[in-house]
Design a protein. Structure first.
Length: 578
């Protein structure tokens, strides 16, 4: 007996066979029909559809014999896959390759064998359609061609089976992604029958999914909108593959009427055309707009969501796979980052950060750590806020959510909060600015000083006071006093270096938080004193006194500077002490 050799493409052939996911599957009518037809057509008692893996011949379908598998080294089909044309053995008992084969010597006492290889579109022979008889015989050239054609039909059926299974897996995966998606989603087929609704849709409508599956979509639509021209009811009638905005009046299970807005788009569901509608309840919003008749009606923001491919959403959406690589990024994310969103596919957060360039964490000047993008351990991660430098400056808030999906378990939502951030920054700036002088106020100065001391920076404090200021207010009025305060503040600011802080401390007092030692601070204070003395105001010439102290961790430099200021005023004013 001669064991069959291994084909030259053995590894690729086995990979193709495994990818088809057919080994050890249950019997299927489509393949049984082919073996039965071949038995009738060729008038043989036994027909097999066999597949050859590493060590065995596994039988997908049989006619005339009850068999599941045999050793590959004993199989005739192992020889059949070594050639492109059918292998025909007229009398196995007279063929040196098979004469002592157990299947020839013993039952089923094979004499005639004809096997046409099952050749996949990529050229690999994964098995054979074989005819077996207990008496010697031969095939005509026409019969050999017919046997090859039937083997091609088997391959087509295997490919079709694999495609159907892949479609089923994709459908199951899509349902898993949509089930806990934070937007209400309903899918209806071309006959207007509901095929799917997620948890958000159940809560929105008050129905359990099982109550609506297979039912007309119009069951939940308000009677006034039952006309097919007023609602999305047929995938073939949609003008394009792009999502369409929709506004619908729906009826909940308890009879409550609600208005929803969202988007609808075409998709394939179970291999057939369907419509996916993503929606949210805007009943309260619209009611409030009606009550504000004097205001212009605002169109509720479209959600721009096509759940068939998640192509458009109002906010950015990124889906990650189990290894936390980007599996999908929508157009909004691409626009925020200034890249084609498809270039993010397959990338880790670290790769994406390098691709888009500098992402700056809020409150710092340092690029954001890609590790901060990583997946949450359990529930939702804390919202992350960061600034984008390119393609234009903006502030983004990002949240990360876990989905009940084995393939794409993480969903990231991105929101542009630039306007809110600007308003917050403006509010913070106003809270730390003196309205009269435009200089930082006492709160800002204290914060700067605390920060400098906590970082161990070399810092000095200068406290200024306008001499005899009460006399100006009493004789010339507060308007003149305000002008004096403004002029002094401007002069002190002009004498300061970049990076030094000059602030209004309160009343007629100013403070300087300066980089460097007290020696440099004294020179600055003296320079400022002379500059103020040279001013001409409505109050005439004015002077200032100053106290200088070193900023040392653990001490109170403002208190020390105040003591030196008191010493300067007690010594005759218009001088610097410290």
């Amino acid at each position: 007996m001669e064991a069959p050799a291994r084909p030259h493409d053995e590894q690729q052939r086995l990979a193709t066979l495994r990818a088809l996911d057919i080994l050890d599957s249950e019997p299927e009518a489509a393949f049984d029909r082919i073996t039965s037809l071949a038995a009738t057509l060729f008038r043989v008692p036994t027909v097999l559809i066999s597949l050859i893996d590493e060590t065995r011949q596994w039988i997908k379908a049989t006619h005339g014999i009850d068999a599941k598998e045999t050793a590959r080294d004993l199989s005739f089909c192992g020889h059949a896959i070594l050639q492109a044309e059918p292998l025909v053995v007229q009398d196995a008992s007279a063929d040196a390759r098979f004469s002592d084969n157990p299947f020839v010597v013993d039952e089923p006492k094979v004499r005639f064998y004809a096997g046409a290889p099952l050749t996949t579109p990529n050229g690999h022979r994964i098995g054979a359609l074989c005819l077996i008889d207990k008496r010697p015989r031969d095939l005509t050239p026409l019969e050999r061609q017919v046997l090859s054609d039937m083997a091609a039909l088997v391959v087509s059926e295997i490919e079709l089976r694999a495609a159907r299974r892949q479609k089923a897996r994709e459908s199951a995966e899509l349902q898993a992604l949509l089930r806990d998606f934070p937007v209400a989603v309903i899918v209806a087929n071309d006959d207007n029958a509901v095929q799917f609704m997620n948890t958000e849709a159940e809560q929105l409508l008050g129905y359990e999914a099982a109550e609506l599956l297979g039912q007309p979509y119009t069951r939940i639509v308000h009677p006034e909108e039952h006309d097919a021209s007023t609602h999305v009811a047929n995938a073939a009638r949609m003008p394009s593959s792009r999502p369409l905005p929709v506004t619908r009046t729906l009826v909940r299970k308890n009879g409550e009427v609600l208005t929803v807005q969202g988007t609808a788009g075409r998709l394939s569901w179970g291999g057939k055309p369907a419509i996916a509608v993503a929606m949210r309840d805007v009943t309260v919003e619209l009611r409030e707009e009606e009550q504000r008749a004097s205001e212009n009606r605002r169109v509720v923001s479209e959600m721009r969501l096509l759940l068939a491919a998640f192509d458009v959403l109002p906010n950015g959406v990124v889906l990650f796979d189990q290894s936390f690589r980007c599996a999908y990024a929508n157009r909004a994310v691409g626009e925020m980052l200034g890249v084609d969103p498809t270039t993010l596919i397959g990338r880790t957060p670290e790769d994406a950060a390098r691709l888009v360039g500098k992402l700056v964490a809020r409150g710092t000047k340092e690029p954001i750590s890609p590790n901060a993008w990583r997946k949450p351990t359990d529930a939702e991660a804390e919202p992350q806020v960061f600034s984008l430098v390119r393609p234009r400056p903006r502030v983004i808030r990002r949240t990360l959510h876990k989905l009940d999906s084995s393939t794409h378990p993480y969903l990231s939502l991105w929101s542009d909060i630039t306007h809110e951030a600007i308003a917050l920054a403006r509010s913070q700036e106003e809270a730390s600015t003196d309205p009269l002088t435009g200089l930082p106020n006492r709160r800002a100065a204290a914060s700067r000083l605390t920060q400098a001391l906590s970082h161990g920076s070399v810092v000095a404090v200068v406290l200024f006071d306008i001499d005899h200021f009460k006399r100006v207010n009493d004789t010339l009025g507060h308007a003149a006093g305000d002008q004096v305060i403004q002029r002094v503040g401007q002069t002190l600011q002009a004498c300061a270096r970049d990076g030094d802080l000059i602030a209004r401390w309160g009343g007629e007092e100013f403070i300087g938080v300066l980089r460097g030692t007290t020696e440099g601070a004294r020179k600055f204070a003296e320079r400022a004193r002379l500059a103020v003395a040279a001013l001409q105001t409505e109050a005439g010439s004015i002077t200032i006194s100053a106290g200088v102290a070193a900023g040392v961790a653990g001490s109170d430099p403002v208190k020390l500077a105040d003591e030196k200021l008191y010493e300067a005023k007690r010594s005759g004013r218009n001088r610097v002490c410290g």
